[in-house]
Write a protein that binds this ligand. Structure first.
Ligand code: DGP
Length: 137
C-alpha cells in the first residue's frame, strides 16, 4: 500500500528502531510507548485487521509474538506484559495496517486495563451466545 506508514517502514522509506525481522514479519519500537520496550509486530504484507489476514501469517505472527515477548520480558526485567491488537477505528486502531502491541508492564506503572460491566440479564447473555455461535457452526 503506497500511503501506509507501516508499509513505508517495511520498504525502508521511513526509519524505525528495528527489533526483529524475518521473511514475513517485522518488529520495531512503538514511537509512543506505554513503557520502554513497547514493540509493534507487523506482517510485511499489508492487511488491515486479523479478518483480512491469511491464517498462515497469523500463525507466524503469534509465534513471533512469543519469541519477541520473551526477549523483551527478560532484557527489560519486566514483571508482566500486555499483548493488544486494536481492530478498526472505533476500537482505537489509528494505523490501518495490522500490528500487535507488546506492552511492557511494571508494578505501579499506572496503566489501566479496559473497563468492564455486567450483563443485564441471563436472557441477554443467552441471546449474545446464540448470535455468535450461529456463525461458528
Ligand atoms: P493503534 O492505535 O493500535 O493503531 O497504534 C498505533 C501505534 O503506532 C501507536 O502506539 C503509535 C505507533 N506509531 C504510529 N506511527 C508510527 C511510526 O511512524 N513509527 C513508529 N515506530 N510507531 C508509530
Amino acid at each position: 500500500m503506497n500511503d501506509c506508514i507501516f508499509c513505508k517502514i517495511v520498504r525502508g522509506e521511513l526509519p524505525c528502531y528495528k527489533i526483529y525481522e524475518d521473511n514475513e514479519t517485522l518488529a520495531f519500537l512503538d514511537r509512543n510507548p506505554v513503557n520502554p520496550g513497547h514493540t509493534l509486530l507487523i506482517p510485511k504484507k499489508h492487511s488491515e485487521t486479523i479478518l483480512d489476514t491469511n491464517d498462515e501469517t497469523l500463525k507466524k505472527l503469534i509465534t513471533t509474538t512469543k519469541k519477541i515477548s520473551k526477549a523483551i520480558f527478560e532484557s527489560m526485567k519486566l514483571e508482566g506484559f500486555n499483548i493488544g491488537i486494536n481492530q478498526f477505528k472505533i476500537a482505537g486502531q489509528v494505523v490501518p495496517h495490522l500490528h500487535i502491541h507488546i506492552m511492557p508492564r511494571h508494578k505501579n506503572d499506572g496503566i489501566k486495563l479496559w473497563p468492564s460491566r455486567e450483563y443485564e440479564s441471563e436472557k441477554e447473555k443467552n441471546n449474545v451466545q446464540k448470535k455468535i455461535t450461529r456463525l461458528l457452526k
